[in-house]
Design a binder for this molecule. Structure first.
Ligand code: PLP
Length: 404
């Protein structure tokens, strides 16, 4: 996104025109940005050419997954629905990994039928269910075991997943036990150790610690893991002050790890692939003066973008037309939903706004639309993919008749 003569553009298209033509709220994605992210991600780790499995939960739009697939990426899924969507997008099952602490027998059965690369199991009970279904089908199922390395990802506590108090993965003691269980099973082929310590990680040190923990475990098990799945979690810059993750250091740590272990690395990035490609265009319905501050009441709400309400995430908001006139008021950007947490951000300094102005909420490509809901019976937004001057509608706006 950039300004041209004070007008906001996504690639070659003016946001004002998008809003007038498609209405608001509207999700827009930039194809060029998506392409750039994927190419950069690959470049960062090119010395060991990992299998990159896009984390579908970050964005489940089938057209976007299709574009991502064209760059050779696989998929990381966490439900039968996401697995079906990845398959619908044409992703080869041999590039799909399935994570999650509560896979049902039905989901496991489906994953086995589709012959996906790995079911990353997260408990003894789950492995027993996999083994039972595999035995019944007389099949050998490739699995991974997710280790909880008890590593602090130094990110928001709501999106940390690698500490012992989190529900994810198994501890090292349990891990050894499960490796033995798998070795004694004719129907389970243990191929992978997987980890994923959290999301929006900006410090490479937690990744280094995680690799150390993984190293220790693999050395002790003496099992030959064909794959080590390091998960995703790479953070993005939601504001200009954020220091980007040092990919060089992370890459270096992995290269050192690979000197000890001959294995194929898998990544499961979501946010770092799709996060900064998306923006949510919204219109100001009303401006309400409460004395202490002015409420900027948008037509986008927490049902469209839940991250601020869910874990206090802050997204940049840009005016679609820059005026240069700074307001003297404190602005609180809120949605119309009947919840006090339906609030995006409070800003002390912003340009003077008027009712009916358009705004763009930035970096909503990941965990934006995929976390959206119909709360307050609000239809979901339309999704557009921008490529140069072209606009492609990649999902229709829901209608009230779809809901009622
Ligand atoms: C959510 C999730 C990811 C993706 O995380 P990002 O922070 O979006 O990269 C990867 N792996 C697993 C197991 C996940 O649950």
């Amino acid at each position: 996104m950039r300004y041209n003569k004070k007008k906001l553009f996504i690639e070659g298209v003016s946001v004002q025109n998008i809003a007038s033509k498609f209405g608001t709220p509207t999700y827009c994605y930039s194809y060029s940005k998506l392409k750039e992210n994927i190419i950069n991600f690959k470049k960062n780790f090119k010395s060991f050419s990992p299998l990159i499995c896009f984390s579908v939960k970050s964005n489940t739009n089938v057209n976007l997954i299709r574009e991502i697939k064209k760059f050779g990426l696989g998929a990381d899924v966490v439900s039968k629905g996401e697995l079906m969507m990845a398959l619908k997008a044409g992703i080869n099952p041999s590039k799909i990994v399935f994570s999650g602490v509560g896979k049902t027998s039905e989901e496991i059965n489906f994953a086995i039928e589709k012959r996906i690369l790995l079911i990353n199991a997260e408990s003894e009970s789950e492995i027993q269910v996999i083994e039972k279904i595999a035995r019944r089908k007389n099949k050998i199922v490739q699995i991974g075991i997710r280790l909880n390395p008890n590593t602090d990802a130094k990110t928001l506590k709501q999106i940390s997943t690698g500490k012992s108090e989190n529900k994810f993965g198994v501890n090292s003691k349990e891990f050894f036990k499960l490796v033995n269980f798998c070795k004694n099973s004719k129907n389970i082929d243990l191929q992978c150790l997987s980890v994923h310590i959290g999301s929006q990680i900006l410090d490479h040190k937690p990744y280094e610690k995680m690799l150390k923990a993984v190293s220790n475990i693999i050395s002790k098990t003496k099992h030959k893991f064909k794959f080590v799945d390091l998960g995703g979690g790479m953070g993005i810059a939601y504001n200009d002050k954020i220091k980007q993750l040092n990919y060089k250091r992370y890459n270096l740590a992995i290269n050192n790890f690979l000197k000890k272990f001959n294995t194929k690395i898998i990544f499961e990035p979501g946010r770092s692939i799709i996060g900064n490609t998306g923006s949510l265009i919204s219109k100001i319905i009303y401006i309400k003066d409460s004395g202490a501050k002015k409420f900027i009441i948008l037509d986008a709400a927490m049902n469209d973008l839940m991250r601020p309400a869910l874990y206090g995430a802050v997204h940049k908001i840009l005016p679609v037309r820059k005026s240069g006139n700074i307001s003297k008021n404190i602005y609180e950007f809120v949605g119309p939903i009947c919840e006090s947490t339906d609030k995006f951000v409070t800003l002390k300094k912003y340009q003077k706004l008027r009712e009916k102005d358009f705004l763009a909420i930035c970096d909503v490509g990941a965990y934006g639309m995929s976390l959206s809901s119909n709360y307050n019976l609000r239809p979901k937004a339309v999704e557009l993919l921008i490529n140069g001057r072209r606009i492609k509608k990649i999902k229709n706006r829901q209608k009230h008749t779809d809901l009622i």
